[in-house]
Design a protein around this ligand. Structure first.
Ligand code: SF4
Length: 188
């Protein structure tokens, strides 16, 4: 593939609700529509957003207010559905990587029973990964795709953008080291 067009060749995976808070559990939307600072920050940096599916919406539904979400996600069929979503995402990621697009990493949503990275929710908030992030990490590992995963909150847009900047800088450095040496790189 030889992309001679306007694309930046950079993308990052974001939780569904980063762009669409309508997917949130009742009483949990923190914004009218999207986490605009993160969306605008990524657009300013010319980094594409790969919107992941909302695992809870897809597995449990929008009306999940009276459900113990983490328990519902632990059933065998729920885990299989999460894994299938993860597999579809890893397919997309591999397509981009094969085409030379830098997929910088995966942003999760801390505190979520599904999308938490550093913190999740079982019967209360606590350390650990959400069920979907567990399946996504396992699928990435199984397919040999090495991608960083980090979490943030809707109230931490600066932290999320700083993480993406660090990923971008490290992908840039790795590409620089991989590029073929030109005459200017040789000394002596
Ligand atoms: S399950 Fe994930 S994508 Fe869906 S609302 Fe919760 S944090 Fe957002």
């Amino acid at each position: 593939m030889d992309f001679r067009d306007a694309r930046s060749m950079k993308a990052v995976l974001v939780p569904h609700c980063e762009l669409n808070q309508n997917a949130r559990l009742a009483a949990c939307a923190e914004r009218p529509a999207a986490v605009t600072e993160v969306v605008a920050g990524l657009m300013e940096r010319q980094i594409g957003l790969i919107q992941m599916p909302c695992p809870e919406l897809m597995v449990i539904g929008l009306d999940r207010e009276h459900v113990n979400i983490r328990s519902a996600l632990e059933s065998r069929p729920a885990r299989a559905a999460l894994r299938a979503m993860a597999r579809d995402l890893v397919y997309q990621i591999r397509q981009y990587l094969a085409g030379g697009v830098r997929v910088l990493g995966v942003i999760g949503k801390n505190g979520s029973p599904s999308c938490g990275v550093d913190e999740t929710w079982r019967f209360e908030r606590g350390p650990g990964r959400g069920a979907f992030i567990e399946e996504l990490a396992a699928e990435l590992g199984e397919q040999g795709v090495d991608l960083p995963i980090a979490g943030g909150l809707d109230t931490e847009p600066d932290k999320i953008l700083a993480i993406v900047d660090a990923w971008d800088a490290s992908a840039e450095a790795a590409d620089w080291h991989r590029r073929p040496a030109g005459p200017a790189d040789h000394t002596g």
